[in-house]
Design a protein around this ligand. Sequence first.
Ligand code: KG4
Ligand code: ZN
Length: 319
Amino acid sequence: MNVLGIESSCDETAAAVVGPGGVLADVIHTQEVHAAFGGVVPELASRAHVEKIGSVVRAALDRAGVERPGAVAATAGPGLIGAVLVGLSCAKGLAAAWGVPFVGINHLEGHLLSPLLEDPAPSWPFLALVVSGGHTAVYLCQALGDYQALGETRDDAAGEAFDKVSRLLDLGYPGGPAIERLATGGDPEAIAFPRPLPGPLDLSFSGLKTAVRTRVLAHDDHPADVCASFQAAVVDCLCTRVEQAAERTGVGRVILAGGVAANGALRHRMQQLGLDVFLPPRSRCTDNGAMIAHAGRLRLLAGHRDPLSLRARPGWALA
Ligand code: KG4
Ligand code: ZN
C-alpha cells in the first residue's frame, strides 16, 4: 500500500509517498518568512502552509508517479494549532475525495519511527532519544504505540536551547545548524558550561542557556568557542542520559530522532557509547513528510484508522 503523508506542524510544509519498497517521493518546503523574526511566527506559518500545501502534495504525488494512494496520513499534533490544521484538513479532504483510509499521526511518533525506514532497521525493543525544537525525551519503545517516557526535559527542549543561544549570539534561525557550523572552528573545552541533570533521567537546558548568556555578557570569548563549549555541554547531557537509560533498562539498541539528531557532534558521540545506535540520515532528522507517511503506513498495516472527525491536538503527549 502506498501512503501519502502530510506534515505541517511547524515551519515545514512537507508531503511524501511511502510504499512497500520505501520512500517514493519526499518533498519539503521550508518557510523562509520567519528568519527575520528569529523564530517561528505561528500565524505567518499557517498562512504560508495554506499557500504551499497544494503544490507540495501535487509534487510528491507526481514524483512518486502515484495518482491515488491507498491511504492518507497527516500530523495531527503536537504543534502550532493553525499550522497543524492546514495539513490535517488537506489530508482529510483528499482521503474523503479518494475514498481511502485516513490516519492522524503524532509528530513525535513520526520522528521516533523514522530510523525504521533505514536498512538495517532496529528491532523492538529499543530506546529512543527524541530531540527536536519542541520536545526532548528518552523513551523505552516496546512495540508500535507502546512508548514509555523514561526521562524528559523539565524546561527547554534541546533544539530550543540551540535556537535561543543562536539568537543571543545573533546567528539567526534555526539555531542548531548555525551553531554547529561555527562550533567546528571552536574549542569545546574553552568554557566549562554546566551540565544539569535533574531527577532520575530528566534533562534541563534553561540553566545552560542562562549560563551562556551570563558568560557572553561578562567575557569576550570567541563566538566559535562559545558555540563549541555549549554544544559539548548539550551533547554530554544527552549522552549521559542515554547511557543511564541503557543501563537501567538493559536495552542496548538506541535510536536518535528529531532535528537535533542532525547534529554531527551528537551523532559522533552517540556512536562511541558502545551501544547499538541507529541514526536516520541528517535530512530525515528535521521535519519531513516521509516520517509521517511511514508512521501512517505502519499504523494502517496494524489496522489503525481514524475518522474524518479527528481533531488537531496541539499538545498531544507521546507517552
Ligand atoms: O524536528 P524539528 O525539525 O522540528 C520540531 O519538531 O521541533 O527540529 C527543529 C530543531 C530546531 O530547534 C533546530 O535548531 C534543531 O532542531 N536543529 C539542530 C540541527 N539541525 C536542526 N540542532 C543542532 N544541530 C543541528 N545540526
Ligand atoms: Zn519535528
